[in-house]
Every structure is written in structure tokens, then in C-alpha cells.
Ligand binder design. Structure first.
Ligand code: SF4
Ligand code: SF4
Length: 101
């Protein structure tokens, strides 16, 4: 019989000060690896506008940042709408290793 995981889902990180959120545009929190390549990004904001989960937010000058990585559902709308191939979302491998922070 399959084991049911009754553990409570971790709460989404705050948009304010969360040490798991790298402000430079990449985060390893959550089930997806979201990477933003600043050198290619022209700060159009399309990825932020199309994200249905509010994972991405705009910094002061319009460049995107990963604010709520736990909310990412891997829909790839941000990737599909980026005109400059500046954002990638890939599923992280489930290794069972709990050491990753
Ligand atoms: S994959 Fe979907 S949910 Fe995740 S950041 Fe991109 S648009 Fe948002
Ligand atoms: S859609 Fe692409 S180019 Fe536009 S802000 Fe997002 S990552 Fe940058």
C-alpha cells in the first residue's frame, strides 16, 4: 500500500527577506530550478506578467527576480514568452537527499 505523506507543505518564502531567494535571479528552492540570465535579459517584464503564480517579480529597474520559487508549477509560460531566451525552468531531480537548502 502506498504511503501517504501527511507532512505539511513548507510555507512559501516571503517576498521580503528570505535567505533561500537569490536576488540575482536564480533559485534552487522549490521543485523547479529557475534561472535568469541577466546578460541576455532586456527587462521587458513579459516573464513576470505571464507567470500565473506570482513567482517572478520586478526589481526597481524592471529586471525580474525569483521571489516565490515554492509556488512555481513548471508551466513554462515565462520561458515561452521570453523573447531573448533569458530564463530557464527545469525540474530538479528528486534524489531523496535532504541536505540541500
Ligand atoms: S514556470 Fe510558470 S509558474 Fe514557474 S516561474 Fe515560469 S511562469 Fe511562473
Ligand atoms: S521575458 Fe526574458 S527578457 Fe523579458 S524580463 Fe523576462 S527574462 Fe528578461
Amino acid at each position: 500500500m502506498a504511503k501517504v505523506n501527511t507532512a505539511k507543505e513548507p510555507e512559501a518564502p516571503s517576498r521580503e527577506a528570505d535567505p533561500t531567494v537569490e536576488r540575482k535571479g536564480s533559485s534552487r528552492a522549490g521543485k523547479q530550478q529557475i534561472s535568469i540570465f541577466d546578460a541576455w535579459c532586456k527587462q521587458c517584464g513579459l516573464c513576470v506578467d505571464f507567470c500565473p503564480k506570482g513567482v517572478l517579480t520586478k526589481r526597481a529597474l524592471g529586471s525580474p527576480q525569483v521571489s516565490l520559487p515554492e509556488q512555481c508549477i513548471g508551466c513554462l509560460l515565462c520561458v515561452l514568452h521570453c523573447p531573448d531566451f533569458a530564463i530557464s525552468v527545469t525540474a530538479k531531480e528528486e534524489t531523496g537527499d535532504k541536505s540541500e537548502v
